[in-house]
Design a binder for this molecule. Structure first.
Ligand code: CA
Ligand code: CA
Length: 272
C-alpha cells in the first residue's frame, strides 16, 4: 500500500512538473536555444546525448509518426518531451515476462515507460476524465502498448493520443468499443453492459443494493434497444457503429473514456 501511495504521489509531482513545463515551454525553448548555441561550440558530442534525454526525436521517427498519427512535426516533438517528463523506470514482474515471451529483457529488469498510476493521474487532471477505477484500468490496458501489461512507451503514447485528441469518428469508435468489450470477444454482452453501467450509476440515499441492481438491469435493456440493431441480444461493432452514427452521444454510453472538448482544446493549444 505504501508503495502504491508513493507511486501515486510521484505521479502527481511528475504531472505538476509537466504543467509547469507546458506553461514555460516558449520561454524555456528560447533559453534552450541560447544554451545550445553556446554549448555547441564547446561540447558537440555531449549535446547530442542531452538531446536524446530531452526527448528529441530522430527525423526518421518523426516521418514514421507523422504518417501514423494526426500530429505535425512540432506537436510530435512536444509530445515526446512530455513523454520524457512522465516516464519512469517500471519494474517488470515475472508474470509480465511470461505473458511476453518474445521480449528481450532479463528477469528483475525495469523498462522505461509511463506506468498506470501516472497515466491515471494524467487522464484525471489533464484530460478531465472522472470515471471509476475499473474503467480507468480498461483505458490503460486498451491503450496501444505493443506488449500486454507493460507501461506505455513513446510510440504507443503518441499513437494513443492521436486517437484520443484528434481521432476520426471511426478511430474513436474502435477505441471505445475495445474498452467496453471487457473480454475482447468482439461483442459487448448484457453482463459487460451490466458491469459497466453498475459502476457509473449514482448511489442515491435510501437506495438498497437490490433496487440499484434492478435499475441497472433496466438500463441494460434500454441500451440494448438502442444498440442491438440485428436483435441477437449483444452489441457487435457494426451495431455500435450504426447506433453511434445516428446519435453521437451514444459513443460514450457505457462511461466517459474520452477527454472533454474543453480539455482536448486546451491540451492541443499548449502543443502549438
Ligand atoms: Ca465481450
Ligand atoms: Ca447485435
Amino acid at each position: 500500500m505504501d508503495q502504491m501511495n508513493q507511486a501515486c504521489s510521484s505521479g502527481t509531482v511528475l504531472l505538476r512538473s509537466v504543467s509547469i513545463f507546458l506553461s514555460n515551454r516558449r520561454q524555456s525553448k528560447q533559453l534552450k536555444e541560447k544554451a545550445e548555441k553556446n554549448d555547441k561550440k564547446r561540447k558537440g558530442k555531449k549535446l547530442s546525448r542531452m538531446d536524446e534525454q530531452l526527448g528529441k526525436l530522430q527525423p526518421k521517427v518523426i516521418e514514421a509518426l507523422k504518417r501514423k498519427t494526426h500530429f505535425n512535426k512540432s506537436e510530435l516533438e512536444t509530445l515526446s518531451k512530455i513523454y520524457k517528463k512522465l516516464v519512469t523506470n517500471c519494474p517488470i514482474s515475472s508474470r509480465q515476462l511470461a505473458m511476453n515471451p518474445g521480449m528481450a529483457i532479463t528477469k528483475n529488469a525495469t523498462i522505461e515507460g509511463i506506468d498506470r498510476s501516472v497515466f491515471r493521474e494524467l487522464l484525471h487532471s489533464t484530460f478531465d476524465i472522472v470515471t471509476e477505477d475499473a474503467l480507468m484500468e480498461r483505458i490503460f490496458s486498451t491503450w496501444e502498448k505493443g506488449y500486454e501489461g507493460l507501461p506505455i512507451r513513446l510510440e504507443g503514447w503518441i499513437c494513443g493520443l492521436s486517437v484520443f485528441l484528434k481521432g476520426t469518428l471511426t478511430e474513436k469508435l474502435q477505441f471505445c468499443f475495445r474498452v467496453y468489450d471487457l473480454n475482447g470477444d468482439n461483442f459487448i454482452t448484457r453482463d459487460e453492459m451490466f458491469a459497466l453501467l453498475r459502476n457509473s450509476l449514482l448511489k442515491y440515499p435510501g437506495d438498497d443494493d437490490e433496487t440499484r441492481e434492478e435499475s441497472v438491469k433496466d438500463l441494460v435493456e434500454i441500451a440494448l434497444r438502442k444498440f442491438d440493431i440485428d436483435k441477437d441480444g449483444k452489441i457487435s461493432f457494426t451495431d455500435y457503429t450504426t447506433a453511434v452514427k445516428t446519435d453521437k452521444l451514444l459513443l460514450e454510453a457505457f462511461g466517459q473514456i474520452l477527454p472533454s472538448d474543453c480539455a482536448t482544446n486546451s491540451f492541443l493549444s499548449t502543443l502549438q
